[in-house]
Design a protein around this ligand. Structure first.
Ligand code: G6P
Length: 592
């Protein structure tokens, strides 16, 4: 979703542009910068990437910047941030949604204010001018009180050399460093600009000058500063496509996640707590939902728990029995996904305990959860998640093993056998990424496909869903996933030449079933790609088999997805797609 940044000091323009490059993954429909110079507020905007911004003014006192993922209004220069108030005194960048913007817009238009954009955000700039009472901070508080929705706003003004910010519902943090103070929507981006960072509490007004002052509902509050963490495996440092680099980091990242799980206290729930839970929900969105499916399936299998994987936005709007005996495992790479945050807030209101699995320290999700398990994927830049998924699976598999053990459903011996079996996982991932040229050739072989289906049963179904999502996200090839048994209940009607079916068979008792499915689709003209760690003989030249390295079946989802990630990458490259910045998507969706 939109990325916002603001800073004060001699290098404010350079630093803001640097930050915008790092924030681009949150939205790349347009970018803009606003700088307070000797000549007043200067604004530069452009559609597309941050690189397209032509900024002539390098000297400034205060700068704000924005990368946009369009919600209200199409992608065009007029709808790019910052927006300037009708009197020219306030420049505003905004992330989130102002739900009642239309009411304010109509009222302002009736008073003769002209709007330059179709966005909800522009209204904030004009309201600041309209209600200015001589003090920018109190005016911003007043204006935010008039707005509904969730939003993070940063304001630069011609009236002084401060920055003003407000946070409600959307993440915002402030920082102090050698070069001055700064404010940003993204904690991870702050590490480059600040030695101390504080996450703003809800409904917080911040004034940044030489120091940072915070108020919540009129009361002065002290920022809770921490030193930003420096990430391992930082994809920003790598050349070429981040998606490919991130896939290549999987072997190390899964090992780091395994080690960190134990270094950070293992399960973190004792026997009493585990036995107190009657049900477990695994919630997440997109790729994180697919790891929720794996976590759920493993916990059911190993601990015979009543559990369910739920798409976070469905949890918010449907009725899932939740009380103090409920554990909600919330999975989110960024820890900032609005739907996931809403789901955990609802679960907490109903008495549940929240256990977060996230890749970003000090993300909003960490502050909502009673327990936090970090995955050590390192910073993930590519919009399509890859290494974070594999790492979430490591953490969730260990969670399921330890939970089952604490519940008395898995012996100490069986537990330790599983843990030893993990040893093969990093090398299995390494073996697969070292075969990347083979997957590139495979992608070439199927380049004429006009439709793809991914199928599997049980754990393989979650992998099928992730494979289909990856392929459509980055290549735009229509691709869907089904439990294998469902094909014959409708989707078989779609089978013909030009259709690719990717079938997974990573559990021994399901291999024959998978072969039957493959026979059914190939006899109707489709091509099939079969992935298995068990021997499968191709029955016709329409069938190609990928042999996966053997690992214990509970770890199979961590490795079987790797060929699918590589396949999606090479397929998209073959179609000339921008793999790291797929159309219409954003890495972190911070609005509902
Ligand atoms: C967006 C991204 C997906 C991601 C999902 C959940 O839709 O495009 O790649 O899986 O958000 O993100 P999270 O940060 O919560 O894991």
């Amino acid at each position: 979703m939109c990325g916002i940044f603001g800073t004060i000091g001699a290098n404010c323009v350079t630093n803001t542009l640097l930050a915008l490059h790092q924030l681009e993954y949150r939205g790349y429909d347009s970018a803009g910068i606003g700088v307070k110079t000797e000549c007043g507020l200067q604004i530069e905007k452009s559609t597309g990437r941050v690189n397209a911004l032509k900024v002539d003014f390098v000297a400034g006192k205060v700068a704000i910047g924005h990368t946009r993922w369009a919600t209200h209004g199409k992608v065009c220069k007029q709808n790019a941030h910052p927006f300037v108030s009708y009197d020219g005194n306030f420049a505003v960048v905004h992330n989130g949604i102002v739900e009642n913007y239309l009411q304010h817009k109509l009222a302002l238009q009736r008073q003769g204010v002209e709007f330059a954009s179709q966005t909800d955000s522009e209204v904030i700039a004009h309201l600041l001018a309209k209600h200015f009472d001589g003090d920018v901070a109190t005016t911003l508080q007043k204006v935010c009180n008039m707005l509904t929705g969730s939003f993070a706003v940063v304001v630069a003004t011609s009236r002084d050399d401060n920055l003003y910010a407000y946070k409600r519902g959307s993440a915002l943090c402030v920082g102090k460093g050698k070069q001055g103070t700064c404010v940003c929507s993204d904690v991870a981006v702050m590490e480059q600009f600040a030695s101390s960072v504080a996450v703003l509490p809800e409904n917080c007004l911040a004034v940044l000058g030489n120091s940072v002052d915070l108020w919540v509902e009129g009361k002065h509050v002290e920022p809770c500063y921490f030193a930003p963490s420096h990430t391992d495996c930082d994809s920003n440092q790598l050349q070429g496509d981040a998606m490919l680099a991130e896939i290549f980091q999987i072997p190390d990242a899964v090992r780091q996640t395994y080690d960190y799980y134990f270094a950070s206290g293992g399960l973190c729930l004792d026997k009493k707590q585990v036995n107190g839970y009657k049900r477990v929900y695994f919630v997440g969105c997109g790729t994180a939902y697919h790891s929720a499916m794996v976590g759920c399936s493993l916990l059911q299998r190993l601990a015979q728990m009543d559990c369910q994987a739920v798409v976070a936005s469905e949890y918010v709007y449907d009725s899932f029995p939740t009380d103090k005996h409920t554990l909600v495992v919330a999975i989110s790479q960024s820890g900032e996904t609005a739907d996931t945050l809403k789901a955990v807030q609802k679960a907490k209101r109903q008495g549940a305990t929240v256990y977060a699995v996230t890749n970003v320290c000090n993300s909003s999700l960490c502050f909502e959860a009673s327990f936090v398990k970090f995955v050590k994927a390192g910073r993930e830049i590519s919009v399509a998640s890859t290494k974070a998924y594999n790492c979430q699976l490591v953490a969730l598999t260990l969670f399921a093993v330890d939970f089952a053990h604490a519940k008395g459903r898995l012996s100490a011996r069986a537990r330790s056998r599983y843990l030893t079996c993990f040893d093969k996982v990093p090398s299995a991932c390494k073996h697969l990424v070292s075969q990347s040229t083979a997957f590139a050739l495979m992608a070439k072989r199927y380049k004429q496909a006009h439709l793809a289906y991914f199928v599997g049963r049980r754990l393989d179904f979650a992998t099928a869903k992730e494979g289909a999502l990856k392929l459509k996200e980055v290549s735009y090839l229509p691709s869907e996933a089904y439990p294998s048994g469902e094909l014959k209940h409708g989707t078989l009607a779609m089978m013909e030449q030009g259709v690719l079916v990717v079938a997974l068979a990573c559990e021994k008792d399901l291999v024959d079933k998978c072969c039957n499915t493959v026979a059914e689709v190939t006899s109707r003209g489709a091509s099939a790609l079969v992935l298995s760690q068990y021997p499968v003989s191709p029955t016709s030249n329409q069938v190609q088999v990928v042999s996966l390295p053997a690992v214990d079946e509970i770890f199979a989802p961590i490795i079987s997805v790797v060929p699918l990630q590589l396949f999606a990458y090479y397929f998209a490259k073959g179609r000339g797609c921008d793999v790291d910045r797929p159309r219409n998507l954003a890495k972190s969706v911070t609005v509902e």
